[in-house]
Ligand binder design. Structure first.
Ligand code: DGL
Length: 285
C-alpha cells in the first residue's frame, strides 16, 4: 500500500469495489456502514463469473483489468471484494496500479479464536483453498494453536447466489449435504471464504442453527479501508449545504445488466444503479 501515491485532493472521489459477480455486495454492505459518506463504484465481472475454477493467470489478468478500469474512473482506492481474485493476484495488482488496493484474507483468525472443538472449516473456491493467502493465515493462526482446518467447496454455490437462489430449497438441500459431514467431523466454526457465501447465512442457520459460528472478512476489510483513508486524509467529509449527498452506489456489470439488476435488488436493500459495461476481451487470449 502506498498512500503517498494518492492525488492531492481525492476526498470526494468514489471507492472502487470489485468482484467476479454480485458476491462483493456482502463486502460493500460493511463498507457502506463504516463509510456512509462515500460514493462507491462496483465492478461485477458477471460475464466471466464464476472465477473459482479458472487458471490463476486468467484470474490475475481479469482482476488487473477490473482494477485498472476502476482506477481510470477516478477511484481513490479499490477493494478487491473477491477472495478468489486475491488468492494469487493481490501483490501483482498492487504493483501495477497507482492507488491503494485493499484485499481479503479468509477470516481464519476469528474462527481459530472461537473454536472450542479445535476443528474449523474453510468454505471457499478451489483457487482460494489452494492460494498463498489461506496457506499464510493457516501457518500464522491455526497451526500454532493446533487447530485442524478442513476445506470445502462446491461448484454450484456461486451460480446459485448469482441466480438469486441464495435461500432456495435446492440451496438448503445442497448445504445440508455439504455441511453435515463437517458437523460430524467436529467443526464448530465455519469460515465463509468467498464473498458470495455471506448471502447463504440465512440458509445455513435455518439448517444448522448455531452448530457453527460463522466468520467472514467484511467488517475487518471495512475497518481497514476506513483506517487507510483516514490516515491519508482522504475521507469524504459529506455534503456541504446545497450539494448532492454522497453515498451513491453504481454497479457496472460485464454481464446482462437487467438480470444483474434483478439479483442486486434481492441482495442489496438500498438504492443501486446498474449499468452495462463492455470491455475488450483480448485480456483472455
Ligand atoms: N466472490 C468470489 C470470492 O470471494 C468469487 C467466486 C467465484 O467467482 O467463483 O471468491
Amino acid at each position: 500500500m502506498n498512500i503517498q501515491e494518492l492525488d492531492a485532493a481525492p476526498n470526494s472521489r468514489p471507492i472502487g469495489v470489485f468482484d467476479s459477480g454480485a458476491g462483493g455486495l456482502s463486502i460493500l454492505s460493511e463498507l457502506q456502514k463504516a463509510l456512509p459518506h462515500e460514493d462507491f463504484l462496483y465492478f461485477a465481472d458477471s460475464a466471466h463469473c464464476p472465477y473459482g475454477e479458472r487458471a490463476p493467470a486468467e484470474i490475475e489478468a481479469l482482476t488487473l483489468r477490473a482494477v485498472q478500469w476502476l482506477e481510470a474512473q477516478g477511484c481513490k482506492l479499490v477493494v478487491i471484494a473477491c477472495n478468489t481474485a486475491c488468492a494469487f493476484s493481490l501483490a501483482s495488482v498492487r504493483a501495477a496500479v497507482g492507488i491503494p488496493v485493499v484485499g481479503l484474507v479468509p477470516a481464519l483468525k476469528p474462527a481459530v479464536q472461537h473454536t472450542t472443538s479445535g476443528v474449523v472449516a474453510v468454505f471457499a473456491t478451489p483457487v482460494t483453498l489452494e492460494g498463498s493467502l489461506l496457506r499464510e493465515v493457516t501457518r500464522q493462526f491455526a497451526d500454532p494453536a493446533g487447530v485442524k482446518v478442513l476445506k470445502l467447496w462446491h461448484r454450484d454455490l456461486v451460480p446459485l447466489v448469482e441466480a438469486g437462489h441464495a435461500d432456495a430449497p435446492q440451496t438448503r438441500a445442497l448445504l445440508r449435504e455439504l455441511l453435515t459431514p463437517l458437523a460430524q467431523a467436529g467443526a464448530d466454526a465455519l469460515v465463509l471464504g468467498c464473498t458470495h457465501y455471506p448471502f447463504l447465512v440465512p440458509a445455513i442457520q435455518a439448517e444448522f442453527g448455531d452448530t457453527f459460528t460463522l466468520h467472514d472478512s467484511g467488517a475487518g476489510v471495512a475497518k481497514q479501508t476506513r483506517a487507510l483513508l483516514e490516515q491519508a486524509g482522504h475521507l469524504n467529509p459529506g455534503a456541504a449545504p446545497g450539494q448532492i449527498k454522497p453515498g451513491q452506489v453504481t454497479l457496472y456489470t460485464t454481464g446482462e445488466a437487467r438480470q444483474v439488476a434483478e439479483v442486486a435488488a434481492q441482495l442489496w436493500p438500498g438504492d443501486i444503479r446498474v449499468c452495462a459495461l463492455s470491455l475488450p476481451e483480448e485480456v483472455l487470449a
